[in-house]
Design a protein around this ligand. Structure first.
Ligand code: UDP
Ligand code: MN
Length: 281
């Protein structure tokens, strides 16, 4: 049978020892757990060239979010294991990064087709420390899954269902904010959010992440029309990018426009107004 590598026992213990012996690699900085965001895409160019442009927008979006929240980021283009290509490639990668970066408290995978759309929201990370006592009920199941080759998400759900006793107390299924907001039903409502709310909620008032499940802009068969997907991704990107540009006094001319305009006048006392617009406050 296939394994990702040698079985490692007592990881928690050896990691704690490593951390004690390597004080130059702290797992907490300013009282906050270190987080490594991991994303990536296929090693070759997209079969549809516009897909590469959206990969660029998607990595810019993630760099911005991570910069604003002091999160480190890895972008991977390699298939580290020939047996596990395509979407399975995240598994050997995440294992490798966990083992190579014991200083990271959290390794956070995010798909290339998911955009941060709430640049202010932060994951309530302390909530996941008590995960062993406070297990969420698994509501998702495989019902209605279309017929296609085995994928990692379905495999995980299958494990959770078939070997619940073994796995369930190690898993927390988050549903109190949009860690993976399904783009259909969100992208047409950005104007509403802007009108009624402000960034920082991360939920149905202002989705933390908008994930373009079923779009495949890089190539392959998507479940939705290419035009609708691209237009929606453009809206998601600009909706998020406006929250970043606002820090610098700019904004997109519209949610479908790559062009920007000034949204406030330059001042001769720039340091005095800075905090008012800081996405971190
Ligand atoms: N991915 C990768 N390398 C690949 C193929 C996919 O790193 O060769 C990543 C990429 O970030 C993508 C995610 O795996 O968003 C999920 O892959 P999938 O093919 O399921 O694409 P999606 O459903 O996200 O369009
Ligand atoms: Mn995806």
């Amino acid at each position: 049978s296939y394994t990702l590598g040698p079985k490692i026992s007592n990881w928690d213990g050896s990691r704690q020892r490593w951390l004690r012996e390597n004080r130059g690699f702290p797992n907490y900085i300013d009282g906050k757990p270190r987080i490594l965001l991991v994303t990536g895409s296929q090693p070759s160019p997209c079969s549809n060239p516009i897909g590469d442009h959206y990969l660029l927008k998607s990595i810019k979006n993630k760099i911005d979010y991570c910069r604003l929240h002091n999160i480190e980021i890895v972008y991977n283009l390699a298939h580290l294991d020939h047996e596990l290509s395509g979407y399975w490639s995240k598994l050997p990668l995440i294992r490798r990064l966990m083992l190579s970066h014991p200083e990271m408290e959290w390794i956070w995978w995010m798909d290339s087709d998911a955009f941060f759309t709430d640049m202010r929201f932060e994951i309530p990370i302390s909530k996941y420390n008590s995960v062993r006592d406070e297990v969420k009920i698994l509501t998702a199941n495989l019902k209605g899954r279309p017929l296609f080759e085995a994928d990692d998400q379905s495999a995980l759900i299958y494990l959770l269902i078939s070997r619940k006793d073994e796995w369930m107390d190690k898993v927390f299924l988050e549903n109190s904010y949009y860690l993976h907001g399904f783009w259909v039903g969100l992208v047409d409502r950005y104007e509403e959010y802007i009108e009624q709310y402000s960034p920082g909620f991360g939920d149905e008032r202002w989705p933390f992440v908008t994930h373009f499940v079923g779009c495949k802009p890089c190539g392959g068969y998507g479940d939705y029309s290419f035009e609708r997907c691209l237009k929606s991704m453009e809206r998601a990107f600009n909706f998020a990018d406006n929250q970043v540009l606002k820090l610098y006094g700019f904004g997109h001319r519209g949610l479908l426009s790559p062009n920007v305009k000034r949204i406030r006048n330059d001042t001769s006392r720039p340091l005095e107004i800075r905090d008012e617009f800081n996405v971190r406050t």
